[in-house]
Design a binder for this molecule. Structure first.
Ligand SMILES: Nc1ncnc2c1ncn2[C@@H]1O[C@H](COP(=O)(O)OP(=O)(O)OP(=O)(O)O)[C@@H](O)[C@H]1O
Length: 467
């Protein structure tokens, strides 16, 4: 039956109803013709979202006497109104809109949210909801079909539950394509996405109530944090993420994974310990060991790489051992840390960027260096196009992201004679190059993962069956 052709329904003083938009398939509602607007008993009522279109999220315990069953809900706020409750008390309440379903018929109603624990009925149906097609027999109850609270126990509940709007923080200092896409895609899905400058977060570190503050106020409870931590602020950025982890916030990439993948020496050690292919790499602290270091890597040409290098700026190709020695001397003179690496010549100035999200390669592109450059970085004038990768390359990329426990990672591979060699695992991969080259909505894949992980699950404990 549709919303347009209501058939007559008979209500007693209490009926079984459903609010499907809120993920509440069974509720007992008391008919209260003394009240204008319907009311739903909700706790943890919290406003979020843009000022122009604020939302509210809250918890409903649909079964009276069973607070173990908690359903997280969210809705757009229609109004905020003063309501006088049955005991005469005035209260400011948020008003939301939702569909009310009874016996296969649905119609839109307004609902105020109120947190009054101990109320036997979880819902009151006011006059506004009791439209013309309803007749009321106040001396009877349950004139409409009975629903069962068992639905809250069914495995399908999470699948059928409406997607709850999430509040997400993107930790980023840059207003670039990647940040903008994260905001745009999240908002298109109905979430609220706030961009937070990582370096402006400050923290009270104490055992009882870990918090993150920003611009004079404590940051709210986020459903998910997407770290986009630039290399120059890794230590502080990872400290901020650790704080969110302590609070229990879901972080797409954890502080440990970001820190260890950033530290080139540690990253190579972790990759090696997982038997993941990578170019032979050596490092030493003392100038006395320069020759031995080069011998470990093999014959020239070889790569000398600054540990702090990004965008290929500190990557040098030394054609001879003599040239490598001069570069190493120069780096040492500048007190710069570096590593020496076998030059994978057959890669011929190309590398493969695999974007791994939640253990899957969701997109891959081949980057080719500008004419005559062995470095394929797009920042150095390289070009990118979609890549077809082999099963071995796919497995290597997935394994590399997993080695650092990263939910999202850009894994760079070189195609060598003996299989893929991982160059680096990037915990804040850019989206522009890969979305342009592959035409894929990579950020969408990331939100799929966030929605799966961060959407609060209905808790089901000791549910009494209804009746
Ligand atoms: N061992 C190697 N053999 C062949 N080519 C290499 C090797 N190491 C680096 N390259 C080339 O140089 C480019 C830059 O190297 P790498 O990614 O290690 O530098 P980076 O400065 O850390 O860059 P990023 O900004 O990606 O972190 C690579 O994309 C690759 O094309």
């Amino acid at each position: 039956m549709s919303d347009d052709t209501p058939t007559q329904l008979e209500f007693g003083w209490e009926e079984w109803v459903a609010l499907p938009d809120l993920g509440l398939p069974a509720l007992r509602a008391k008919v209260d013709t003394g009240a204008r607007t319907s009311a739903l008993h909700a706790s943890e009522i919290e406003v979020f979202g843009p000022n122009a279109k604020p939302k509210v999220r809250f918890i409903v315990n649909p079964v009276a006497g069973d607070d173990g069953l908690a359903i997280p809900c969210s809705a757009t706020i229609l109004d905020r109104r003063e309501v006088t409750s049955s005991n005469g008390e005035k209260e400011m309440r948020y008003v939301i809109g939702s569909k009310l379903t009874v016996n296969g018929q649905s119609w839109p109603i307004e609902i105020t949210l109120t947190n009054r624990a101990g109320m036997a009925s979880r819902m009151l149906l006011g006059r506004q909801a009791l439209t013309e097609h309803i007749t009321i027999t106040a001396t009877e109850k349950h004139l409409q079909p009975e629903l069962s609270y068992d639905v809250y126990r069914s495995a399908g509940l999470r699948k059928t539950a409406p997607k709850r709007a999430l509040r997400i923080a993107v930790l980023s200092r840059e207003d670039n394509y990647s940040t903008r896409r994260l905001v745009q895609e999240g908002e298109a899905r109905g979430h609220t996405v706030e961009v937070i400058d990582t370096t402006r977060c400050y923290m009270a570190i104490n055992a009882m109530s870990p918090e993150v503050h920003y611009d004079g106020a404590r940051l709210p409870r986020y459903d998910a944090v997407v770290p986009r931590i630039g290399a120059s602020i890794t230590p502080y950025g990872t400290a901020v993420i650790r704080q969110f982890e302590t609070i229990g916030t879901y972080c797409v990439n954890g502080s440990t994974g970001i820190a260890s993948s950033r530290d080139k020496l540690q990253a190579h050690q972790i990759l090696a310990s997982q038997k993941i292919g990578m170019p032979t790499t050596a490092f030493a602290a003392s100038p006395k060991d320069t020759r031995n270091l080069m011998d470990l890597v093999g014959t020239a040409p070889m790569i000398v790489k600054l540990l702090e290098s990004t965008q290929g700026k500190g990557v040098v190709l030394a054609e001879t051992k003599k040239a490598a020695e001069s570069v190493i001397d120069a780096f040492r003179g500048l007190r710069a840390n570096f590593l020496v690496q076998h030059f994978v010549k057959e890669a011929a100035g190309e590398d493969i960027r695999c974007l791994v999200i939640a253990g899957k390669v969701v997109a891959a592109m081949k980057r080719t260096g500008a004419d005559g450059d062995f470095r394929s970085n797009l920042h150095r004038g390289g070009t990118a196009k979609v890549a077809r990768i082999t099963r071995q390359e796919r497995a290597t990329a997935v394994k590399a992201a997993k080695a650092f426990g990263l939910g999202i990672a850009g894994v760079d591979l070189l195609r060598s004679e003996d299989g893929p060699k991982v160059l680096e695992v990037n915990s804040s991969p850019g989206f522009e190059g890969i979305e342009t080259a592959t035409g894929k909505n990579v950020v969408g894949f990331l939100y799929d993962e966030i929605e799966t992980h961060a959407a609060p699950k209905p808790t089901r404990r000791k549910v009494r069956s209804g009746g």
